[in-house]
Design a protein around this ligand. Sequence first.
Ligand code: FAD
Length: 567
Amino acid sequence: MPGSEHQPRLPAILTVDDDPAVSRAVARDLRRHYGERYRIIRAESGADAVEALKELKLRGDTVAVLVADYRMPQMSGIEFLEQAMEFFPLARRVLLTAYADTHAAIDAINVVDLDHYLLKPWDPPEEKLYPVIDGLLEEWRAVGDRGMPYTKVIGHRYNDRSWEVRQFLARNEYSFRSVNADEPKGRQLLEAAGLDDSQLPVVITEKGEKLVAPTDGELATLLGLSTSPSLEMYDLAVIGGGPAGLAAAVYGASEGLKTVLIEKSSTGGQAGRSSKIENYLGFPFGISGAELTTSARRQAEKFGAEVITTQEAGRLKTGGVGAAHSIVLNDDTTIGARAVILATGVDYRQLRITGCWDDPDDPACNYIGRGVYYGASVSDNSECAGEDVYIVGGANSAGQAAMFMSQTAKTVTMLIRGPSLEAGMSQYLVDRVKRTENIIVRTCTEVIDTVADGDRLTSLVLSDRQTGETETVSCDRMCCFIGATPRTDWLEEAGIARDDHDFILSGPDVSKVSGWMLDRPPHHLETSVPGVFVAGDVRSDSAKRVAAAVGEGSMAVMLVHRYLAET
Ligand SMILES: Cc1cc2nc3c(=O)[nH]c(=O)nc-3n(C[C@H](O)[C@H](O)[C@H](O)COP(=O)(O)OP(=O)(O)OC[C@H]3O[C@@H](n4cnc5c(N)ncnc54)[C@H](O)[C@@H]3O)c2cc1C
């Protein structure tokens, strides 16, 4: 086997490049950083590399990452990666390209489901190579590291708490295996741990530690996350750890504010649920929501922000102009802050049918972002040109999405559980929807199942709620708008002004409602309470996009500075 050393059971990182100097350089850099934990195998042709993979397969070894040069004479990097997928489909795939070949790398996303392309030269590796490979290894360990010890979560398939425990770990990118208690392996593990299935869910860590029916707080501790604030007083308290809150924490802390972020569950928010965010700037290959937001949490912590998870802000007591605000947490801890940013987002419900939700028991079967979309349609309607689109829901957001997409889609079918559109949608929109030729409205209809080709949604199974008849229809894209509720009920006491749907008003909109007491107008993202700002989806009239939430979170910090300078 070219360039390999015999270190049984270590997973492999395989690199192939026809230029011996480049091949040696990649292997050298990889070995320097990963040599103790991975076998670095190098080959100088696609054919040699395929042979090496066959040998690894025969020995029962695992391959974590494949790094292939794009331009190789007999077998291109893409052809090699395509063949490699037959042997090690879970290995992460990286294409090594020259700047001029970037377009080919981007095309390769569709052919070999490429995870990353690396531009040559990759110097310094600390900046350009290792962060990429680290991220890929982390992803690979989460699903494809069969040869190493791993944490097990034993639970019942359809048990809420088992589901929540798995969700919590997954959203924090903690790698684990899910074991069902009613399967032989689950029973064996429970017996070995001296437990029974009345104590589920049970987490057994790599080191053999047992967590019986753990709370979120206990899980957070297992993951090394903070669950209680260290100070009584901060410059800035950010409530909510989705993209808006994380951005606020990064900018607040990096700009010298003593910053605390309070998140009731795990950081990531709705974005953390997205299997692939494809429209976030700077990620041409898309990025998983968990990866994006876990990196953001680390970045905030790096700058000194305290990120507190599993603590819900239950009350906000405002202190008057210039005075500190108090936030009471669910364990009755009270913290003070000179300024507050509310970034509590909204809740979109997910359809609990095949591939349409983040099923921890079957993470591979997830079409979210691959034909199934929540709370948003398309950012540019050319994306759905010629498609048969289905929209689930009958509120204004669904109507607006239908109108927008009907401009380019072949057909847009709205699926409404109730008997009429009028029940949930403004009349002007109902009229427009009805006037649009390629929008079809199906009332008393719900989606009960999906059909996919690989991991891409292709059809829906619909059921007529009146007759019970079912029908399978071909579908390119299903956008669900089945409820987005702002999380603002806890702000009652603070008197934060909200719109008719409970989203938080800010800036110029605040001036329109009574209660603004200062001579100056409210700052752009300032709520009706001076010094309390809002960012992201929870803001009235927000864009409901990751980039918008991140932008608002960052901008709110600038306005916090302005407010603090005035007081
Ligand atoms: C499945 C899915 C896919 C999506 N895909 C895309 C996409 O591809 N591109 C895109 O641009 N947008 C996408 N979106 C929309 C995007 O995720 C949201 O616009 C974005 O997450 C909003 O960020 P946020 O920080 O405002 O709120 P959220 O992400 O909702 O985060 C709010 C956070 O606040 C916490 N919280 C709430 N109340 C409290 C409290 N009282 N105390 C403490 N914490 C609290 C919540 O637990 C949550 O973590 C998607 C949404 C979903 C659901």
